[in-house]
Design a protein. Structure first.
Length: 570
């Protein structure tokens, strides 16, 4: 190899993450016939969240890079917690993120018969036994990492008796929790997972796929590697907490492996996000206790919640690419996720004008009854999207805080005697105000410069003023509901306080509802899921709750780029 080739190989290796380096070496060495086959194995006991999105992007992304298959396999081994609703949502999430699994969807329940036969094999070889102790007794006898455990009194039961007892477990003789099947490995191992782990437990509940055929179900540690083996998986990629499970993964494979592709487990650091809870158990608690409206509440970190809030699959994939793949746990600032969606929406989202807290402006010298149409670009970041026509008349709405009667010097919006430009239209000057009995301003009366229409190309149209305001025509305004979502928690690590319940850190201002916002009429063309930028306000999307009579919008993210600003400071 020449020095140039060596340098190129070195540069290529440096640009790869550690998993890609492993795969490159495996391909080079001919391991598993130089083939690559990954899988994504969610448990259908809840909705997927942003942490799962990272795993999806990693497993399917590696498969795409190496022109390899990636299986979608549901770890459906606990019918007490699983539901077809979760299966359907997970399938939708994977496809929405832009990925497609290889062949038919796989289920661990597809392998229940084979897993049962392998369990019988281990019993016959004296490597598994039925234990009638309680879960508390088993846990106590396991001891501590530095102190050897105590053997179960059932550990040396005869093969014949264990086969008979396992058959009773399978046929429903025993109730839930009466006994378990344990692997006989090493009660003195420093790895607690190797101290005679449980292989099967009794769950007398109908399974959503196998019905009532089984009342014994395999544990994940037993089913994981075996399912990988049966599917020909080569690289079984898990999050870092499974690193200590790897010796058990290998031990179970040793008992059944005969030929073909042998999977190997690799671990990467899971995604930890600031101001966010990632535990499915805690997310379920938020749903069942009514702190949110459901799994797809736009404040939830679930993929369905992010989708409903207006996040795009491109922005999530970009976020996962940006944070990379590491072996060490760290916490990612949620502002980076917000930056990713803001950056993408800035390029693709059409602009519209919406006024969330409207106050009426009356242009006194504008002709009564006249309506004209002004031309405004749809997206200044993408001029190919063209322009739209917005009606303009004597009365318009502006934001209440865009006018200040007693304004400071650097207030460049509307104030008595000052001029501003209405976006795409005319320059107006505040002349007087109308107030109610309580002294609240109800109307602002202005005059306009008839020769200042934006975009006419005349000398007057080029006249500069310091402020430009968005507006909505009163006559053609569309009323809508706007939901202003903020972070669900007001603490950076809501589940990181041992002496406090994570729900103590729920943000009471995580949702503000505006019932009568005013929109320009072009808003009617948008449908559920469509994104747009409310000019000078932020990025929004149409919520599925919208009806023909009332549109509902969710705030996706504000215009302020806090993450980028922090990076510049650093």
């Amino acid at each position: 190899m020449t020095e140039q080739n060596e340098a190129q190989d070195s540069e290529k290796t440096a640009s790869l993450n550690f998993l890609e380096n492993i795969i490159e070496e495996d391909i080079k060495s001919g391991k598993n016939n130089s083939e690559v086959h990954t899988r994504f194995p969610p448990e259908p006991n809840g909705y997927l969240h942003i942490g799962h999105a990272k795993s999806i992007c990693l497993n399917f992304g590696l498969a795409k890079k190496y022109s390899a298959p990636c299986n979608l396999r549901f770890d459906d081994t606990n019918p007490a917690k699983e539901d077809q609703e979760y299966v359907d949502s997970i399938k939708k999430d994977v496809q929405w993120l832009g990925f497609q699994w290889a062949g038919d969807i796989k289920y661990t329940s597809d392998y229940f018969d084979q897993l049962y036969q392998w369990a019988l094999k281990l019993i016959k070889e004296g490597k598994a036994y039925v234990d009638h102790q309680t879960s508390e007794q088993i846990a106590e006898q396991k001891g501590e990492p530095t102190i050897a455990g105590t053997e179960s009194p059932y550990r040396n039961t005869s093969v014949e008796e264990n086969l008979a007892e396992f058959e009773k477990m399978r046929t429903g003789v025993y109730p839930d929790g009466a006994c378990v099947l344990r692997a006989k490995i090493d009660m003195a191992s420093p790895n607690m997972h190797m101290r005679d782990p449980i292989m099967y437990r009794i769950i007398n509940k109908e399974h959503h796929r196998t019905g009532n055929k089984w009342c014994i179900y395999p544990m994940y540690d037993y089913a994981h590697g075996q399912s990988d083996y049966l599917e020909g998986i080569t690289h079984s990629i898990c999050t870092l907490e499974f690193e200590v499970h790897r010796p058990l993964y290998e031990w179970f494979l040793d008992q059944v492996y005969s030929a073909g592709h042998r999977p190997r487990q690799y671990e990467f650091a899971r995604l930890n996000l600031s101001y966010t809870v990632m535990s499915k158990r805690k997310l379920l608690q938020l749903v069942t206790e009514g702190h949110v409206t459901g799994w797809d509440d736009p404040r939830m970190p679930t993929i369905s919640g992010l989708r409903r809030r207006g996040y795009t699959p491109e922005s999530i994939r970009r976020f996962c690419e940006t944070i990379g793949v590491a072996r060490r746990e760290n916490i990612i600032d949620v502002a980076l996720l917000e930056f990713s969606v803001r950056d993408h929406l800035n390029k693709i989202a059409p602009r519209v004008m919406a006024v969330l807290d409207p106050i009426k402006v009356v242009i006194d010298n504008y002709p009564d009854g006249k309506t004209e149409y002004v031309t405004i670009e749809n997206n200044p970041e993408d001029l190919s999207t063209g322009n739209r026509e917005v009606p303009f008349g004597k009365e318009v709405y502006i934001e209440r805080d865009d006018f200040m009667e007693d304004a400071p010097k650097k207030f460049f919006r509307l104030r008595p005697g000052s001029e501003v430009r209405l976006k795409g239209a005319y320059i107006i000057k505040a002349e007087s105000v109308v107030k109610d009995a309580d002294g609240n301003i109800t109307e602002i009366h202005c005059s306009y410069d008839a020769d200042s229409l934006s975009g006419t190309g005349s000398e007057a149209s080029m006249r500069k003023v310091k402020g430009t305001l968005h507006w909505v025509p009163v006559k053609e305004a569309v009323s809508a509901e706007v939901r202003l979502y903020d972070r669900l928690f007001n603490d950076e690590a809501p589940d990181g306080h041992k002496d406090h319940d994570f729900k103590e850190y729920l943000n009471p201002s995580s949702l503000t509802v505006i019932n009568d916002a005013k929109m320009e009429p072009s808003i009617k063309k948008f449908k559920a899921g469509d994104s747009m930028q409310f000019q000078r306000i932020g990025y929004f999307c149409v919520d599925p709750d919208s009806t023909e009579n009332k549109m509902v919008f969710n705030r996706t993210v504000g215009l302020k780029d806090s993450w980028a600003k922090e990076q510049k400071k650093a």
